[in-house]
Design a protein around this ligand. Structure first.
Ligand SMILES: [Zn+2]
Ligand SMILES: [Zn+2]
Length: 412
């Protein structure tokens, strides 16, 4: 049975995260969204590591589930339509800050390990390079290549996925970090990397323009800083529930069913621009402007679209053989808000979304696969029409730039 995995998220121990990001709340939202395998997030943080050890119990090889008493309290607060299995997988994100070739480099990496002992071994190694208790996503003073080496050495089955690779300031391939390829960053160990994460402002078709990426599986996850954001992007897999099978899908493509994505224009760094002046420029315009803000003359932050174009050796629209697909969506609360003409945090929206989930099941299958007639028949004809438009790509984006989120409206 295919399932959704969200393998990049944060707990309340990471900076700028929601105070309620604990295990029960993550489990509640994951089931409501329809996610089956969830990252623990932040396991290098000592307090969160203790909470994880207390709250999780072993399930299938390399996977864990919420302790029975905690899980019963969670499912008791959910409609019967949202009580599917939920598994956790040990995963965390770290930042590295180092200098190479006379240039300061900063970037984020996702680390995956098959169990508590390997997690503890990795924590021990990484603790030599930074203060792990400072942030759920700690900053380590170590070279990215050495981080990969430490990850691989922590135990069999451990692996590293470069996080949101195009995103300015935090992605390995961004203009600010300055590596032009995964190999340039991780050196001879790059052969141990088999997947890369797109980040919210990019999507797989943008990766497909760079032929050196053909060997990587392109994954997407929510990077949620609040449990309600889980699954805003996710990866679909059709494997056994088993750490090694999930890893194998990312490594070989066997059982890898592609990703679900926000429209990349909705991300914060799609176009190049200058936030303070409200200037957003397409790649060609930004080049003509000499990468300077036409209003104030300050240097523009290069967006993901322009960076991809700079590294691309294929035209827009090219698709390599065997590439897994991707589907774009707008989160259900945002769609309901647009249909009702109210804000996404309003009571009306919560009431409608609750009723839809109770009658039709979790959010992602409603958005992705459920026949529109079923949504219509359940009493939500206007939302059904809106979902149909998203599925057909009938939307009007206003792209994000320089840290400012973009937005995507339904076409009239
Ligand atoms: Zn990150
Ligand atoms: Zn400006």
């Amino acid at each position: 049975m295919p399932f959704y995995a969200d393998l990049h998220l944060h707990s309340r121990y990471a900076r700028a995260t929601s105070r309620n990001a604990d295990l029960p709340e993550l489990a509640w939202w994951a089931r409501r969204k329809g996610i089956t395998v969830l990252s623990t997030g932040d396991f290098t943080h000592p307090a969160w590591f203790e909470e994880l050890k207390r709250g999780l119990v072993p399930a299938e090889p390399g996977l864990f589930r919420l302790r029975d008493d905690l899980d019963q309290a969670v499912t008791g607060r959910l409609p019967a339509s949202c009580r599917g299995p939920l598994r956790f997988l040990w995963a965390t994100e770290v930042a590295t800050a180092f200098s190479r070739d006379g240039r300061a480099r900063r970037m984020h990496h996702l680390l995956y390990v098959p169990g508590t002992d390997t997690a503890a071994a990795l924590i021990e190694r990484l603790g030599r390079h930074g203060i792990l208790a400072e942030d759920g996503r700690p900053t380590l003073a170590m070279d990215a290549r050495d981080l990969l080496e430490a990850t691989l050495a922590s135990g069999d089955g451990a692996y590293l996925v470069p996080a949101h690779v195009w995103t300015p300031w935090v992605g390995v391939l961004s203009a600010t970090t300055g590596f032009d390829s995964i190999e340039a960053c991780y050196g001879e160990l790059a052969r141990h990397i088999f997947a890369v994460e797109t980040g919210l402002s990019a999507d797989p078709p943008m990766h497909w323009r760079v032929s050196s990426h053909d060997r990587f599986r392109v994954v997407s996850f929510s990077d949620a800083h609040a449990p309600s954001r889980l699954g805003r992007e996710a990866t679909e897999l059709d494997t056994d529930l088993d750490y090694a099978a999930i890893r194998r899908a990312l490594e070989t493509g066997e059982g890898f069913q592609g990703t679900i994505e926000l429209f990349p224009e909705a991300g914060r760094y799609h176009l190049s621009g200058h936030r303070r002046c409200g200037v957003a420029l397409e790649p060609a315009e930004a080049r003509t402007a000499g990468m300077r803000c036409p209003v104030c003359g300050k240097r523009l932050t290069m967006g993901v679209l322009q960076r991809v174009e700079d590294l691309a050796d294929r035209p827009d629209g090219a698709r390599p053989d065997g590439a897994a697909g991707c589907r774009r969506l707008i989160p259900l609360p945002e769609l309901v808000a647009e249909v009702a003409g109210v804000g996404p945090a309003s009571k009306t929206v919560r009431g409608t979304v609750d009723a839809m989930i109770e009658r039709l099941g979790p959010e992602l299958p409603i958005l992705e696969g459920l026949p529109l007639e079923a949504i219509d028949d359940a009493g939500f004809p206007e939302v059904a029409e809106a979902i149909g438009k998203v599925r057909r790509g009938q939307v009007v984006p206003s792209p994000g730039f320089d840290g400012q989120y973009g937005s995507v409206a339904l076409a009239p």
